[in-house]
Design a protein around this ligand. Structure first.
Ligand code: FE
Length: 239
């Protein structure tokens, strides 16, 4: 697995006016004292977020405050285990179980929790069902709010300014860039996530999948289809 700093959970802003902790000034495990650490953080404060995160990670690692392998494990957890496959299971269940679908649309938190997916950034979920008439797509125009327990960490493009601004202004053009061209008769609705409300799209079940079981159906459900920038895969294209 490769990992870039920008794929990690968003870090808190470095504290620039913090009070030194007890014992500050003494050499820490990495050979840096508190003053040096604060200076190091201040020096990267104006840099790109990915560079800042990398600098912070290296500093904390040198000081012995974090274990890089532990960070890798956290990222692996969100990328590969608490990732979009969880959401895909939710979608596949909704496609195959009308009662579950109804519960999911009525109370997403409870229905998602039925499958064991809970945790930070998953509170106050709303699931939006795509139909022939309405296509939903999600964004966080302010930052990068995203339903971690069902989709994992947000892709970089989701956090980018162009996506956050353009999906609101010209959703059809952005969708087309993702290869999603919708009939003019389909209404496109853009939903702005925030820290108190997270959306997930329930994509349309592809035609010709009547004989597939939940596992095979889940393989058709991509992360992008649950953001709403794409539709679920057609069965012949499934891995
Ligand atoms: Fe946000």
């Amino acid at each position: 697995m490769t990992r870039t700093p920008s794929q990690q959970p968003e870090p808190a802003e470095p504290e620039r006016t913090a009070t030194p902790p007890a014992g500050a000034g003494e050499a820490a495990a990495g050979g840096l004292d508190w003053t040096q650490s604060a200076q190091a953080l201040a020096s990267v404060a104006g840099l790109d977020i990915a560079v800042r995160v990398k600098a912070l990670e290296e500093l904390l690692t040198r000081k012995g405050l974090v274990d890089p392998q532990a960070l890798d494990a956290v990222v692996d957890l969100y990328e590969n285990r608490i990732g979009p496959r969880n959401g895909a299971r939710v979608v596949a269940r909704a496609w195959t179980d009308p009662a579950y679908r109804a519960r999911l649309l009525a109370d997403a938190d409870a229905a998602i929790a039925e499958l064991g997916f809970t945790g930070a950034q998953g509170e106050n979920m709303v699931v939006l069902e795509n139909t022939a008439e309405v296509h939903n797509v999600i964004v966080c125009t302010l930052c990068s709010c995203y339903p971690w327990p069902v989709l994992g960490l947000p892709p970089n493009w989701y956090k980018s300014m162009p996506y956050r601004s353009r999906i609101v202004r010209e959703p059809r053009a952005v969708l087309a860039e993702f290869g999603t061209v919708l009939p003019a008769s389909t209404e496109v609705r853009v939903w702005d996530s925030n820290s108190e409300l997270r959306y997930m799209v329930l994509p349309r079940r592809p035609a010709g999948t009547e004989g597939l079981d939940a596992e095979a159906l889940a393989a058709l459900v991509t992360r992008d289809s649950m953001i709403g920038v794409a539709e679920a895969r057609q069965p012949e294209r499934a891995a």
